[in-house]
Write a protein that binds this ligand. Structure first.
Ligand SMILES: [Zn+2]
Length: 175
């Protein structure tokens, strides 16, 4: 059984815990002794090589350049678009409920427009609430429209904050 390269390397590095065993083997094995001197010569050559400084800083290639703003990955812009669409939908859904909550201070035409949408929406809601699943009676829940409106308004508010937050984030990244 000859010495392994690891054993020879550790021996040369003075890191071996089995120096006595290795030296005994080297005394009796010309092959391992030859390999050891080959390693020794190699390490001596490596040590004698001058320190070469690269003409080009390779590490700089892997550092992000601060002058360039990081490009937004496509999925992020897609996410932002989807968020905008979701917020718009939530806003449209919540408009009738906002019009109920807001005091009637808008211009008459605007209010009329709101009420038209609202009546459309409430009629649709009526259709929805009278729709009965065979096993469950939705009409037995008197607070159903109130809970729904609260949910939609909360959704719309959250979405709007989300969009504004994203917009702020993107603007900060580009500046
Ligand atoms: Zn050997």
């Amino acid at each position: 059984m000859h010495l392994t390269n690891e054993q020879l390397n550790e021996y040369l590095d003075n890191a071996s815990t089995e120096r006595a065993f290795i030296e005994t083997h080297l005394d009796s094995c010309d092959e391992c002794a030859a390999r050891l001197s080959a390693f020794q010569a190699l390490f001596t050559d490596l040590d004698s090589l001058p320190e070469v400084t690269l003409s080009r800083d390779i590490a700089a290639l892997f550092r992000p350049r601060p002058s360039l703003a990081p490009q937004l990955p496509p999925w992020l812009t897609l996410t932002a678009s989807l968020q905008a669409a979701a917020a718009l939908v939530a806003l449209i859904i919540a408009i009738p409920f906002f019009s109920v909550m807001l005091p009637q201070v808008e211009a008459p035409s605007f209010t009329t427009w709101f009420f038209e949408i609202q009546s459309l929406w409430t009629s649709w809601l009526d259709t929805l609430s009278t729709f009965q699943l065979p096993t469950y009676q939705f009409t037995n829940l008197p607070t159903y429209p109130v809970e729904l409106s609260t949910l939609f308004i909360a959704l719309a508010v959250v979405s709007i904050f989300w969009i504004f937050g994203n917009g702020l984030l993107l603007r900060n990244r580009h500046s």
